[in-house]
Design a protein around this ligand. Sequence first.
Ligand code: HEC
Ligand code: HEC
Ligand code: HEC
Ligand code: HEC
Ligand code: HEC
Ligand code: HEC
Ligand code: HEC
Ligand code: HEC
Length: 367
Amino acid sequence: MRSRRAGVVLLFAALLVVPARAAEAPSPAPAPTAVQAPAAVQAPPAVQAPTAAPAPTTVQAPTDAQAPPADRAPIAAQAPPEVHVLYPPDLTFSSEPKLKVFAFRGSKGDPVLPVVNGKEADPLEGETFLKGEVSLVAGLNLLRVGGVDLRVFVLPNAIMGSFRFPSGKEGEELVFRAYRLHPALDDGCDGCHTLDGGKLKAKDQKEACYACHNDFTKAEGGKQVFVHAPVASGECTGCHDPHFATRPKLQRLEKGCLECHDPFPTTGTVHRPVGNGECMACHNPHAGPAKKQLVRPGNALCLGCHKEPHTRHRSSSVLGTMTRVPDDFPREAGELACAGCHVPHQSPDARLFAKPQAVLCKICHQI
Ligand code: HEC
Ligand code: HEC
Ligand code: HEC
Ligand code: HEC
Ligand code: HEC
Ligand code: HEC
Ligand code: HEC
Ligand code: HEC
């Protein structure tokens, strides 16, 4: 992880809208007033405004500030900018009573106060990119953010991906889902978005994602790296949701690799890890040290799981007279290549043979 977080955090700090709503918050434990504003914090008057400070040239600054630009004037009359809630979506399940809220609006406006079960909560921080946190109760919560109603079900300490709740209507259930958030959201939206004429625009993904994550197309120590096509073209969101997802590692695709690749035939012999959908036992989803993004090259890939496969057919040395290994049969460091006789995914023939047995054996055996 390369980090750009400090800068982003600073930017957010600058956008903070300081909440001044203590009076409205139903606070069971009001802060003692004595804690507020200890005298030491106030600047002693003697320090203020030393006579040397006001320079005559600063006269310009206040005039600038006082005259608002003409195009700003009608803002008060306009309808408040619409708030789009990114998180939580309706029907969210949470195992914690505290829930983060992320939202966005096209232009600045009044503070946005989430309403939790009818009570106003602390305003969201920020002016266009908004974030905050709300405290919920166990059970069903009704959350209203920027006029949008959202249902959140809280079951403290529960470990589950979804929660079913009778809707009240005959036989109907509401399915609440738990989401894993991308930690990048905590740093704000502007790591990946710009505001373009009040519209949200996603930055180039290579630029946005590699600002915090290692560039998969660059191998360490000058080694060659074989990159998966959608990664090379920077389509990270082909596989990942940039914000949050129900699946681990922000994976968005239900069928994984098979969302883009044709499934292998299920007839004949299917290699067990392929049948189990464990494509990543052999392929890296981003880039690998061998062609086709394989995690290991050649025989080493197979020997990673088949520690001791058959001892014959490893060496090409011949004792008898009925066998001759052609020079062009694939070899690897003195051994026969597994791929010369087996395919990795599926074969119409037994033992994942690369060719029908009658043909394959005759390459070397005169029988
Ligand atoms: C890690 C990068 C990243 C961060 C951080 C991020 N976004 Fe996005 N966002 C994207 C990308 C990339 C897309 C384009 C989605 C696609 O290609 O499917 C997108 C799309 C969107 C969209 C368009 C509709 C949709 O859901 O696809 C909205 C709205 C949005 N983001 C809001 C936000 C808000 C609000 C924040 C901050 C709370 C935020 N995003 C933070 C990367 C990010
Ligand atoms: C502002 C920094 C930042 C940006 C920009 C960013 N990420 Fe992340 N991302 C993080 C952090 C922090 C983590 C958690 C630590 C880790 O796994 O490296 C993370 C984790 C992830 C994970 C693993 C999540 C998990 O559940 O383990 C994925 C996948 C991911 N990011 C994809 C992306 C993609 C795709 C983009 C571009 C659209 C992107 N990130 C942009 C900071 C960022
Ligand atoms: C073909 C689908 C695919 C594409 C395209 C893709 N990823 Fe991934 N990515 C995955 C899968 C699958 C995983 C989970 C790997 C695992 O579980 O070991 C993952 C994991 C990650 C992780 C977490 C790594 C870790 O070790 O925890 C990050 C970060 C990430 N991807 C970033 C990106 C970025 C940035 C891009 C775009 C440059 C991208 N991915 C493009 C499929 C993809
Ligand atoms: C978002 C779509 C998408 C997903 C998901 C995806 N791929 Fe790909 N993959 C492609 C594209 C596009 C190519 C390049 C075109 C081609 O050769 O088929 C490619 C190429 C490949 C290649 C090289 C093909 C060749 O003949 O050189 C392999 C191997 C591969 N993908 C494996 C995987 C694996 C394993 C997964 C799951 C981890 C996966 N892909 C998920 C889009 C995808
Ligand atoms: C046991 C290891 C292994 C597993 C598991 C595996 N592959 Fe492969 N895959 C390979 C090897 C080895 C090649 C290279 C074959 C070649 O070069 O002839 C390959 C090649 C590919 C190719 C390139 C085109 C082709 O058919 O040669 C694609 C696409 C691909 N694999 C997708 C997948 C998908 C999708 C899965 C999961 C369903 C998967 N692989 C599971 C080892 C594996
Ligand atoms: C991720 C682990 C894994 C990898 C890597 C792997 N295999 Fe397998 N292979 C298995 C499992 C599991 C089985 C089924 C159990 C068994 O027979 O040992 C299997 C079975 C086989 C079979 C017997 C199939 C049958 O039904 O008769 C052959 C042949 C085979 N593998 C060849 C290979 C070759 C060649 C490679 C390298 C391209 C390879 N394997 C890589 C896990 C793996
Ligand atoms: C010259 C052809 C040939 C080569 C090269 C070859 N095999 Fe085989 N393999 C066979 C034959 C034939 C069988 C059927 C069982 C037997 O006769 O030993 C087989 C069976 C298997 C099996 C099924 C389990 C068993 O022992 O019956 C596995 C696993 C396997 N091979 C893995 C590998 C691996 C890994 C490599 C590379 C290191 C490899 N094979 C190289 C011909 C080959
Ligand atoms: C790439 C060449 C090659 C291919 C293809 C091949 N073999 Fe072999 N096979 C050998 C070699 C080399 C030996 C060792 C012979 C020797 O020492 O005389 C051998 C030995 C054998 C033996 C043991 C013979 C003995 O006397 O101990 C059997 C059985 C065998 N092979 C069966 C097969 C079958 C069945 C196939 C087809 C599925 C096959 N082989 C494909 C090269 C091959």
